[in-house]
Design a protein around this ligand. Structure first.
Ligand code: NAI
Length: 320
């Protein structure tokens, strides 16, 4: 048998760990030697108060019964500093933060209310920020930290009725990419996952036979690998994971067109080069804004732009 990944002596904080994916992470780390903070405020999946209170207690009991070490925390992730405080008080340190807590407020865009938008931003984006911000000084001081943020296919690709959730989830991608850049010199590794798993969140939108093949436990191994001390390289990355499939995603930029930035740079000039703007035959895989500066430099050196027809967009600009 190959050796198993262990987390002995480390403290792992899992937010929203009273059920679904969070519970699967918490019980896994509890069984692999970590001290676990099981956070959950025990609400309903729409962020209301209809869930079971003290969902965290049940998971803590389960971990302890199996011989592990865990404490509950019932704060909302909006008060992330209190969650991290629980870790420090109980175990004296924090090593891993899994920002997992989440809710849905699905509604067509036309019918969306400000409170639907705000609540989703608060729980997903502000909540992840608050937890990471409170953990960061500890990570920096000990020159060690691991963060997982939780995005969604809805954020990466869009999903009907989820403008609020999609915006929040893609926000977490940018958040992770920047955290990874800021953390690299302190050995703080940050990655983001877009999971798919059976939970109360997906129970109403997917048929039972599909859900059967989407056990939360099948998302856990990727997260376990990314937050392990042996992962010293994979950071700032986006992964899709679920139902046995695991894949990394990246941004792709068309080779594009470099145009002279002068008075000849008008719609006609862009339309004359449209095929290059949208052509992915020679793609680039940018990883930072600095790379864009080279392209600006190239554009500057171009001769004055040729003009194309700029009145008839039909057949040029793609309408989906
Ligand atoms: P779930 O509803 O089973 O679990 C979410 C947990 O977060 C719940 O136990 C809930 O009480 C807790 N929670 C909600 N608001 C909280 C707050 N303010 N503070 C603390 N805890 C809070 O959902 P599931 O499916 O396990 O989702 C986990 C994460 O994965 C979420 O961020 C979700 O958006 C994301 N996700 C899940 C997908 C799936 O297929 N299940 C797909 C894409 C993303």
């Amino acid at each position: 048998m190959p050796e198993e990944l262990r987390y002995d002596g480390q403290t792992v904080v899992v937010t929203g760990a009273g059920g679904g994916l969070g519970k699967a992470y918490a019980t896994f780390f509890g069984a692999r030697g970590a001290n676990v903070v099981v956070n959950d405020l025990g609400g309903g999946f729409k962020g209301d108060g209809s869930g079971s209170a003290k969902a965290a207690d049940t998971v803590v009991d389960e971990i302890k019964k199996a011989g592990g070490n865990a404490v509950p925390n019932y704060d909302s992730v909006e008060n992330g500093d209190k969650i991290i405080e629980t870790a420090i008080k109980a175990f004296g340190r924090i090593d891993v933060l899994i920002n997992n807590a989440g809710i849905l407020r699905d509604i067509s865009f036309k019918n969306m209310k400000d409170e639907d938008w705000d609540l989703i931003m608060k729980v997903h984006v502000f909540g992840a920020y608050k937890c990471a911000h409170a953990a960061w000084p500890h990570f920096k001081k000990q020159k060690y930290g691991r963060i997982i943020n939780t995005a969604s296919a809805a954020g990466l690709f869009g999903s009907f009725g989820q403008t609020n959730y999609s915006a929040a989830k893609l926000g977490l991608v940018g958040f992770t990419e920047t955290l990874a850049k800021e953390g690299v010199k302190y050995n703080i590794i940050c990655n983001v996952i877009a999971p798919i798993a059976a939970s109360r969140m997906t129970a109403t939108v997917m048929p039972p036979d599909v859900l059967e093949n989407l056990k939360p436990e099948w998302v856990v191994p990727l997260v376990a690998t990314l937050v392990h001390k042996n992962n010293t390289r994979e950071t700032g990355s986006i992964f899709e994971v679920g139902g046995g499939h695991v894949a990394k995603l990246r941004w792709e930029r068309a080779k594009g067109a470099c145009l002279k930035a002068d008075e000849s740079m008008n719609p006609g000039a862009i339309l004359a080069r449209w095929d290059e703007v949208v052509n992915y035959k020679e793609p680039q895989y940018p990883s930072g804004p600095a790379e864009f500066m080279d392209l600006l430099e190239q554009a500057n050196q171009m001769p004055t732009n040729k003009q194309g027809e700029d009145v008839n967009l039909k057949g040029k600009v793609v309408v989906i």
